[in-house]
Design a protein around this ligand. Structure first.
Ligand code: NAD
Length: 420
């Protein structure tokens, strides 16, 4: 069976919001298309001397609010459809949390687990070289996403700077965010997306008079977003019941210590499978875990017409991008399961990327307290905008979040007009 189109999900979400808010039809035409789509095929020398060809993507959806911004993903399922969808979500996300960025996304179609560190380095460097001036510190700024991390950002940075004229190098470190702190990264960027997920859950809990102490949750994906969200939620006294990643799912009705699970994963190639203090369960059983909160933090299209009826939770807090498709959304809505949509819930990453970008431009270093406080303010304000809009239009939160973003972009296009 072919992979379902993720971009089709974006289009349907977009159409629903655009119809409801009566988005100006001319601006609707602009926002329903991506601006630039770059596909590069590039050769990389393997450790054994062979040459492999790779396909890389960078899609730039819209830059009316600021430079294109969004992560790079290394995964076998990366294709133009997926990257288009992810780039478009980035445009909405930046508009919702009010940061001066547009939307972009990219990636390389590959199975990173197959390659050595030296091969991954050469893939990253050669991809950066192939992208050339399609990225840039004031133009399009990549960051980490699935299977990419601070180390990969450091290689991209080094390659980009090495290919710049000498006098422009020092002024260009903001070409990527999510860098190691020593190489110009921001304190707090590593945990930012998970932290944002928890800040939005806190707001939801406050709204609903829901006590997070003793609340139960489970998480899909135990990488950057899933592991940070799980560990930070622990500080509220909430209890992690189950976790799943590519290696399988583990469950313990008495609770799993997220820090202990993290330490186990660190020693186990980053994987939770085989965690000895929990039982192994299959995917169906994992998804049916009875809990207060489900945090999908892996890939798209996980909550669908097939899986949504089996969810047994009060809230879905979307750490991942696009984990719920429109059919899944409709079922959750009918069943009264609330959703903190990706474009709000996981926006913490891009917010702190913005802070990193600003610090680089100003040669400043903020401390964690400052980063967290500013992130909190941005997300609470975004949450409030979406909450108010959902009440005003009497719609689900994803549609409300889209309306917030589209309204902002519509205003900018109306003010500026269209050249010529
Ligand atoms: P990551 O590579 O650090 O972790 C991904 C996790 O998902 C891993 O634990 C992996 O094993 C798991 N996974 C992959 N396929 C799976 C499957 N089929 N079933 C179950 N688990 C599976 O990536 P990440 O940065 O944590 O990103 C996770 C999600 O969050 C993605 O949707 C990404 O786009 C989104 N996101 C990331 C950031 C960020 O700052 N890193 C920001 C916003 C959104």
């Amino acid at each position: 069976m072919s992979k379902p189109s993720v971009y089709d999900n974006v289009t349907r979400q977009f159409d629903k919001a655009a119809d409801l808010m009566n988005l100006n039809p001319e601006i609707r035409k602009i926002l329903s298309r991506t601006t630039n789509e770059v596909i590069v095929n590039f050769p990389v020398k393997m450790d054994d001397g062979r040459v492999e060809m790779f396909t890389g993507y960078r899609v730039q959806h819209n830059n009316a609010l600021g430079p294109y911004k969004g992560g790079l993903r290394y995964h076998p399922a990366v294709d133009i459809d997926e990257v288009r969808a992810l780039a478009t979500w980035m445009s909405w996300k930046s508009a919702i949390v009010d940061i001066p960025f547009g939307g972009g996304k990219g990636g390389v179609q590959c199975e990173p687990g197959k390659y050595s560190q030296t091969e991954l380095e050469r893939i990253s460097r050669r991809f950066t070289y192939a992208l050339g001036s399609n990225i840039g510190p004031e133009y399009d700024i990549p960051a980490p996403d699935v299977n990419t991390n601070a180390q990969i950002m450091a290689w991209i940075l080094d390659t980009y700077l090495s290919t710049m004229p000498a006098h422009e190098r020092q002024a260009s470190v903001h070409v990527v965010t999510g860098k190691p702190v020593e190489s110009g990264g921001s304190i707090g960027r590593d945990k930012a997306t998970g932290q944002g997920v928890v800040f939005t859950i806190e707001e939801w809990a406050r709204d609903k008079n829901f006590d997070l102490k003793g609340a139960t949750y489970f998480v899909q994906g135990y990488g950057n977003v899933g592991s940070w969200a799980s560990r930070l939620l622990k500080s509220h006294g909430s209890v992690l019941l189950a976790a799943e990643d590519v290696s399988g799912a583990v469950f313990n009705p008495k609770g799993i210590d997220p820090d202990d699970l993290y330490q186990y994963a660190l020693k186990n190639k980053g994987l939770v499978g085989g965690y000895p203090k929990a039982e192994t369960v299959d995917h169906q059983t994992f998804l049916a875990t009875k809990a207060d909160i489900f945090i999908p933090a892996a890939l798209e299209n996980q909550i669908t017409a097939e899986t949504a009826p089996g969810l047994n939770v009060k809230l879905v807090a979307e750490g991942a991008n696009g984990p719920t498709n429109p059919e899944g959304d409709a079922i959750l809505f009918e069943r009264g399961i609330e959703v903190l949509p990706d474009v709000l819930c996981n926006a913490g990453g891009v917010v702190v990327s913005y802070f990193e970008w600003l610090q680089n431009k100003r040669s400043e270093f903020w401390d964690l307290q400052e980063v967290d406080a500013k992130l909190h303010r941005k997300l609470v304000a975004g949450y409030e905008r979406v909450r108010t809009t959902a009440a005003e239009y009497k719609v689900d939160w994803r549609t409300a979040a889209y309306i917030v973003a589209l309204t902002r972009l519509e205003t900018v296009y109306k003010e500026r007009g269209i050249f010529p």
